[in-house]
Design a protein around this ligand. Structure first.
Ligand code: FAD
Length: 806
């Protein structure tokens, strides 16, 4: 066994084997995989191993497409062919129009990744799958490339290719400990000796937290028991003359594929069970949980009704095994939060279908610091301190129970809520607030007009449309108040802080004390990594503020680039403060009535910051606006939040103060051309492509990503972010929708919604440069239907910023 290598991948299931193989593909061949038992002896060996192209966003579709391409290539390798039923086709069923509309959106989104799904009616479903009845069925989504693969052969094929390229695989070699050294390298302790390496990768499936504990980390991953059974031969299958397509049923929560001349049917029952919460037997190897078909009776009835042939055959095998889940159903693939040179590829619940792609993206991350797609939806830093074991288990159960039921726009499911709250959460609830969650924080979406108000989530405009319109109107003509919980905030102090920060941002963020600016962080490829508000409270204190979701991501990035031996201190204030936003033409009047001092435009103009008291509550007040109205962000310590709230409410009485929520903010920011991190601001594009020219200063001596950005600039843009106005009123576009010209996809929507002040249906999209000129007429697919769209100036509302300067 080697004692020194570059990367040690721990775990020889699909996650580990795929990572190992792809590292060699990226050119790193001095790499090793250690497996405690035999390859695939965790979950992988007993997987139903369906391989679909369906995903909720373009990153997921892209990585699954990679799996499919790779598996096909492996299956056709004459030296080591493997069993892969490629292209049997698969149907996701639907019995409501709302779900069918979701499928139309997903089909449009996948088209942008070169994947062609088809939305078909019930009769066509039955034609393609002769065993199903069309009772209680409207139609479905057809994935022509759906199939299944032999999981053991797949892993052996990947390991074999990796070995051929120079990688080594050590079986029956349990990792027993991990030690990190001062230079961030690692020693991996195994039962057969130590291996010193630069980088470790945790790919340990349901034992993820045994290995996590070895490095002092708890990963938000929980396991669920999951069952399928295999039937005896079904004559209709034998006689069909073709393989049966796969089925996934959100109506009755099962999936089904052909296995030999019978069926394999898997279940997602409501009475599901977590597994291994109190530790895992070390001897649970190549093992299964006891069968428990009683638990799935309800689901089984649905499957019988859909496929009556099932009732006439015997069951010959039941498989019940552990399957891992995270808090939002997507895996954790990327850097381990708070650690250096440590990565994970864990929480895979569809690891056979996705594993090829996850290993591909992870290897790119390890070797190049970034992958070809923005992988925020997989990034382990997207969950923060709230992601403990109890919450993970609750969300895992909820997710399992809803396996095939995708989230509709603005849908936030109830398990584990409230998670993170402020002292105002119950006050806002009493005011009638509807909440969504952002990084676990409850955040007010809007105030419900009545106690029994109910929003039917859909890809169309919903009942909340008029509610939000009213909030925007009241604010635009008067003044509104809202809370922004969980905003990420880091206090930066020290003699060297200014000089260091200057090298972190691509533009000029260093300002005089009392001023605020917006800055962009680039990665080493010159693409957009982050966005932050930099507030110079005084000569020594800077506040770095960014999106709530970016908390661990941004802190990781800042810490990673902290120079040694410099006087720079970072203090995390995210959980200590909350923002109250006053917005609207009368916001200055309300602030002045609640807080001593001169708040006039002359004394406290747009982009100013100062410490003040709001009533008796200490606060940091910034004259910044995401709404495009005169507005103030009032940052208040949580201990004083209620007090500040009361002071503003009281001061607002004379000015007709109303409340507004995050959906109103979203509408207004779209009208102003303001961008959203990880929707419009992604690592796939540089700041010029993203339209952030005014935030880039190439004359600065240096900043992270400068050299790469200069190179990219010389090459010219591959896409440009544009603002579109859509000619329809029934639905907004959604992130991922295709933008089409001359019958070809030329772009993708990043974010979209109704602009209530301008009365326009707005979408932002990255489009090919030839189609990016103002006035260009394009087509945007809204719920799958073509809608005419025109490129407009991004600032549709008050382009001169007169309101915010008033
Ligand atoms: C019943 C069932 C049906 C499924 N059906 C499908 C499906 O149809 N399609 C699909 O895509 N997915 C399916 N899945 C999920 C899929 O099987 C998993 O996502 C995938 O197998 C997980 O692979 P992994 O490599 O992450 O974990 P594992 O396969 O569990 O591999 C982890 C490896 O790490 C090793 N390890 C652990 N601790 C150590 C240590 N200390 N030292 C060294 N090695 C260690 C283990 O021995 C193990 O081999 C199904 C799962 C189940 C249970």
């Amino acid at each position: 066994m080697k004692t020194q290598t570059r990367v040690v991948v721990i775990g020889g299931g699909i996650a580990g084997c795929s990572t190992l193989y792809h590292l060699t593909q990226e050119g790193w061949t001095d790499v090793v995989l250690v497996e405690r038992n035999e390859l695939t002896s965790g979950t992988t060996w007993h997987s139903a191993a369906q391989v679909t192209n369906f995903g909720m966003n373009q990153t997921m579709v892209g990585l699954k497409s990679h799996s499919i391409r790779l598996y096909k290539e492996l299956a056709e390798d004459p030296d080591y062919p493997i069993n892969y039923h490629h292209g049997d086709g698969g149907i996701r069923l639907a019995n409501t129009e709302r779900v069918m509309e979701g499928y139309r959106h997903f089909a449009s989104m996948a088209k942008g990744m070169g994947v062609n799904f088809e939305v078909i009616d019930a009769a066509e479903c039955a034609r393609r799958h002769p065993l199903i009845s069309t009772d209680n069925l409207i139609g479905g989504l057809w994935d022509p490339l759906d199939g299944d693969i032999d999981p053991a052969q797949l892993c052996q094929a990947l390991a074999r290719r990796a070995r051929k390229a120079g990688a080594e695989v050590y079986r029956n070699t349990p990792v027993t400990g991990l030690t990190q050294h001062k230079d961030d390298s690692w020693t991996v302790h195994t039962e057969h000796g130590d291996i010193h390496c630069e980088i470790v990768v945790n790919a340990c499936g349901y034992r993820v937290n045994e290995v996590g504990a070895m490095m002092g980390v708890h990963h938000p991953v929980a396991s669920m028991e999951h069952q399928y059974f295999l039937t005896e031969e079904i004559p209709a299958i034998r006689d069909a003359g073709h393989r049966m397509p796969l089925l996934r049923c959100p109506i009755s929560d099962y999936y089904c594929r052909q296995e030999k001349m019978g069926l394999l049917v898997g279940f997602y029952e409501q009475g599901c069970k977590t597994w291994g919460m109190d530790g895992i037997d070390p001897n649970f190897v190549n093992a299964l949980c006891p069968d428990d078909l009683d638990r799935v009776t309800d689901v089984l009835e649905g499957a019988f009704a859909r496929m009556p042939a099932l009732m006439e055959v015997g069951i010959h095998t039941v498989v019940n095994g552990p399957i891992t889940y995270t808090i939002d159903g997507a895996p954790l693939v990327g850097p381990i939060p708070g650690k250096r040179n440590a990565f994970c590829i864990i929480g895979l619940r569809a690891g056979l279908g996705e594993g090829g792609g996850h290993g591909w993206l992870l290897a790119q991350h390890i070797v190049h610091d970034e992958a070809c797609y923005d992988t925020w939806c997989l990034d382990p830093r997207r969950f923060t301190g709230h992601a403990n074991v109890e919450l993970t288990a609750l969300k895992a159960v909820e997710d399992y129970q809803n396996e095939f039921r995708f989230h509709f726009p603005h849908e936030h499911r109830p398990a584990g809520r409230p998670m993170k709250t402020t002292p105002l959460t119950p006050i806002l609830a009493a005011e009638g607030a509807e909440f969504g969650t952002v990084n676990g924080w409850e955040r007010m979406a809007y105030i419900k007009p009545s106690a029994d108000f109910h929003e039917t989530h859909s890809f169309r405009f919903t009942e909340a449309f008029d509610v939000v319109a009213k909030e925007v109107k009241a604010l635009q003509s008067g003044v509104g108040l809202t809370e922004v919980s969980g905003f990420n905030r880091i206090e930066i102090t020290g003699a060297d802080a200014q000089g260091w920060l200057d090298t972190m941002f691509c533009g000029k963020v260093m300002k005089k004390p009392g001023r605020v600016g917006l800055g962009y962080l680039l990665n080493h490829h010159g693409c957009v990594k982050g966005e932050a508000t930099i507030a110079h409270l005084d000569a020594d204190t800077i506040w770095y503020g960014s999106a709530a979701a970016s908390e661990w991501h941004d802190m990781d990035w800042l810490r990673m680039h902290l120079p040694e031996g410099k006087d720079i201190r970072l203090r995390w204030l995210t959980n200590d403060y909350t923002i109250l936003i006053l917005a609207g033409p009368k916001s200055r009047d309300v602030l002045a009535a609640a807080s001593r001092g001169d708040w006039s435009a002359a004394a406290f103009p747009w982009l100013s910051v100062r410490r003040a008291f709001v009533g008796i509550a200490p606060a940091v007040v910034m004259a910044v606006s995401y709404s495009g109205e005169l507005a103030y962000e009032i940052h208040v310590p949580n201990a004083s939040l209620y007090s500040a709230w009361l002071a503003l409410r009281k001061a607002g009485e004379a000015h007709g103060l109303t409340l507004f929520g995050s959906q109103a903010v979203e509408s207004m920011r779209l009208e102003k051309g303001y961008l959203h991190w990880k929707a419009d601001l992604i690592t796939e594009f540089d700041p010029f492509e993203t339209g952030l020219h005014r935030f880039v200063d190439l004359s600065k001596p240096d900043f992270i990503g400068k050299a790469a950005l200069i190179r990219r600039k010389a090459e010219g843009p591959r896409r440009r972010l544009v603002s579109l106005v859509l000619d329809c009123t029934h639905a907004p576009a959604h992130g991922g929708d295709s933008v089409v010209a001359s019958g070809r996809v030329v772009g993708t929507v990043t974010s979209a919604g109704w602009g209530h002040r301008v009365g326009r249906n707005i979408a932002y999209a990255f489009v090919e440069p030839d189609f990016a000129a103002d006035g260009t007429v394009l087509t945007v697919e809204v719920i799958g239907d073509p809608v005419t769209a025109v490129i407009v100036d991004a600032a549709l509302y008050d382009p001169q910023n007169n309101n915010v300067r008033a």
